[in-house]
Write a new protein. Structure first.
Length: 258
């Protein structure tokens, strides 16, 4: 199905189906409300501001959300769709391996009266990969101006989207005035991350942050809070993680006790 053939009045977004090589519209969608995403207030405020500017047709940036796993990066983007769908926001998720289709998809999206976020989850590239070139053309254009109604929001565990090796430093050279020059291959890989005008970092929380999130999941619980919190600690310690994802997994494990 082509982007122009989707009923975007009903569809909240779409996902790219790799084998069918088409977009599948998303009708049923669920996400946590923005106010339920705790411990990431700074990142949330910056992302909301950028998104509201985008919806209003004002100057805004492509966004890279990078950092520790399970810290709410993807949840934030899903929450944005839930919050701003009625304002004309739509999200299209495309996996890294199919980013080469972006120029063709954007040709259709640019003609539609909606605001589209291209969502790339867990984005990263190994040395030698060239799939990011389709992404670059959407973000900065070439001869053709990039679409005004499209922005790229990507999540990654890597700040520069690529692995960084000690050998990269060995390829650097020093100019006549002592300035440091990275090799062309390193410059090319790092330049992709530079195209994201807004870069938001996410870090794993501590035990107190984790327990605060657990409390939010069990709001209104009438049982033994001390026993519940102790069990929550043990659950997180077994996974060596105090992330928001772990808090949600503990909630799923316990079920709705209240």
């Amino acid at each position: 199905m082509l982007a122009s053939e989707i009923d975007w009045e009903k569809a909240k977004g779409a996902v790219w189906r790799v084998h069918a090589k088409r977009l599948k519209p998303i009708i049923d969608f669920s996400a946590f409300p923005l106010e339920r995403l705790l411990g990431i207030e700074r990142q949330k405020a910056a992302l909301v501001q950028n998104t509201e500017q985008f919806i209003a047709g004002e100057a805004c940036n492509h966004v890279l959300l990078w950092g520790s796993r399970g810290t709410g990066k993807s949840s934030l983007i899903r929450a944005l769709l839930n919050e701003y769908y009625a304002s004309g926001l739509r999200v299209i998720e495309i996996p890294r391996e199919n980013l080469s289709w972006l120029p063709e998809i954007s040709d259709e999206l640019r003609l539609l009266p909606y605001r589209f976020i291209i969502f790339c989850d867990d984005l990263s590239f190994e040395s030698g990969e060239s799939g990011y070139k389709g992404l670059k053309s959407i973000m900065e254009g070439s001869l053709e101006t990039p679409p005004e109604n499209i922005r790229v929001y990507a999540t990654s565990n890597r700040r520069h989207l690529v692995p960084e090796y000690q050998s990269d430093n060995q390829q650097a050279s020093v100019g006549s005035r002592g300035e440091l020059h990275l090799s062309d291959s390193v410059e090319e890989r790092i330049s992709l991350a530079d195209r994201f005008g807004l870069s938001l970092s996410f870090y794993s929380g501590n035990l107190d942050d984790y327990l605060t999130l657990v409390e939010s999941y069990f709001a209104g619980y009438q049982g033994d809070w001390q026993a519940l919190m102790q069990e929550a600690r043990q659950f997180a310690q077994a996974r060596a993680s105090y992330s928001g994802r772990t808090a949600q997994q503990f909630f799923n494990f316990k079920g709705k006790l209240n």
